[in-house]
Design a protein around this ligand. Structure first.
Ligand SMILES: Cc1cc2nc3c(=O)[nH]c(=O)nc-3n(C[C@H](O)[C@H](O)[C@H](O)COP(=O)(O)O)c2cc1C
Length: 184
């Protein structure tokens, strides 16, 4: 799929992997040619500060209380996007999205989105294996949300080994392209 000028809303959750999202944003915008908006959860801001993300995205980062000149930010951002890509998606974000909870800007965008939504979880392997997380992933998939399985890796948070790491970006984009193709 050609990502040139495609509008990707990158939603970032509060995982250690959030610290790598400046490089991902740069690859999406400068490498793939996509147009980018970034929304961080309050927890994500502890791991990824807005300035490098904004530089990579070529646009100020949105978060709770930082919505620029948008009047109804969740609706405007959701309407803008061709794809909402939540990466890293925390266990918490998976749960909120599965339940339709909207306590912050990113989760509210997820509710307002009518375009394809792809979530790329990253977490400790024990969290990924937890029945509650499995149930939430199954619910999201049944609801038409693309949830990409994490790959084996060393957890950036605690050094534990197992499934829980972010796949490489080409794998994420291939999965997202398929989600967009299916959505038509
Ligand atoms: C150092 C540290 C690393 C964390 N890494 C992860 C992670 O990789 N995945 C995850 O699901 N939660 C992780 N958490 C827990 C989340 O930050 C926490 O559940 C938070 O409420 C998520 O908020 P959000 O879903 O709104 O971004 C981590 C917490 C800390 C303190």
């Amino acid at each position: 799929m050609d990502w040139l000028n495609r509008r990707i809303l990158l939603g970032i959750g509060g995982s250690v992997a959030a610290a790598t999202m400046s490089q991902t944003a740069a690859a999406l915008r400068l490498g793939a040619g996509a147009r980018l908006r970034v929304v961080t959860t309050p927890a994500a801001e502890l791991f990824a500060t807005p300035l490098p993300l904004a530089a990579a995205a070529g646009h100020p980062v949105y978060s709770d209380g930082r919505t620029g000149d948008l009047i109804v930010p969740h609706v405007e951002l959701a309407a803008w996007a061709d794809l909402v890509l939540v990466m890293p998606a925390t266990a918490d974000l998976l749960a909120e999205a599965a339940l339709g909870l909207a306590p912050n800007l990113l989760t509210t965008v997820l509710l307002a989105a009518t375009c394809p939504v792809v979530m790329v979880p990253a977490m400790n392997a024990a969290m990924w294996a937890k029945p509650a997380v499995r149930r939430n992933v199954a619910t999201l998939r049944a609801d038409g949300v693309g949830v990409l399985d994490p790959v084996d890796g060393v957890s950036l948070g605690d050094g534990s080994v197992g499934p829980g790491a972010l796949p490489a970006l080409p794998q994420v984009l291939a999965f997202a392209a398929e989600a967009c193709r299916v959505a038509g």
